[in-house]
Ligand binder design. Structure first.
Ligand code: PRP
Length: 213
């Protein structure tokens, strides 16, 4: 893999980061500091031209959109909320797979009125219910959505479901499937043009790493 232009890759901390590191390693890119113990937000790698920046998952599209990072890895859930402006999304990395779902209390009497939906995925939720011609009231939360129907804050939630254990532990059931989610590689549109050789070299290497499983 020949990279001559400096490339910054934005990665969210947590599961996507843990699952992306082995893919990057297969491309011959490894952080110099141990990311488990380092508190640095900018990690140099064994490739002098490549550095990693560690940010919040929901900030990845923003960093890449504005060119503060040339590439990034973001969940489809985050990209659906962001809208994808200024980004190419050329590769499904097949990691961090889950489903965006509507969930609620089993057999709840939801009545004829306007439903209240608690979620942090406001835009995706709006689009989903609007496509069904349903007017809903969306209550924006930042986490622990499962609590909302239990304490009467909302009728339903829209949240990510992986194993289903969190729903089950809180007496909720999945009701409707909105989208399959996985982590995607995103690329800044200007970097795609100005650093085309280096960006496509990394993209091709990642594509092979994903195909190799
Ligand atoms: C996600 C999601 C659910 C849980 C689903 O939360 O919001 O709460 O995982 O996983 P499960 O189906 O395997 O139980 P996460 O831990 O990512 O934290 P969050 O509350 O910040 O979204």
């Amino acid at each position: 893999m020949h990279i001559d232009a400096p490339l910054t890759i934005a990665l969210p901390k947590g599961r996507i980061f843990d699952d992306t590191l082995p893919l990057l390693a297969r491309c011959g890119v490894e952080p110099l500091d141990d990311p488990q113990t380092s508190r640095k937000l900018i990690l140099e790698t064994n490739r002098p031209q490549v550095k990693l920046v560690l940010i919040r998952a929901s900030d990845v599209p923003t960093y890449v959109q504005y060119g503060a990072a040339d590439l990034g890895v973001a969940g489809k859930d985050v990209l659906m909320e962001h809208g994808g402006e200024g980004l190419y999304e050329p590769l499904d990395l097949g990691i961090a797979r889950c489903r965006l779902m509507v969930a609620g209390i089993p057999d709840a009497d939801l009545g004829p009125g306007r439903l209240r939906i608690a979620t942090k995925f406001v835009h995706s939720t709006e689009r989903y219910f609007a496509a069904q011609g349903k007017q809903v009231e969306i209550i924006k939360l930042y986490g622990s959505m499962e609590l909302a129907p239990l304490v009467g804050l909302s009728d339903l939630i829209v949240d990510l479901v992986e194993s289903g254990n969190t729903l089950k532990a809180n007496g909720l059931v999945p009701l409707e499937h909105i989208a399959d989610i996985s982590a995607r590689l995103v690329i800044n549109k200007a970097s795609w043009k100005t650093k085309h050789g280096s960006v496509t070299a990394l993209l091709d290497a990642l594509r092979q790493a994903v195909a190799a499983g």
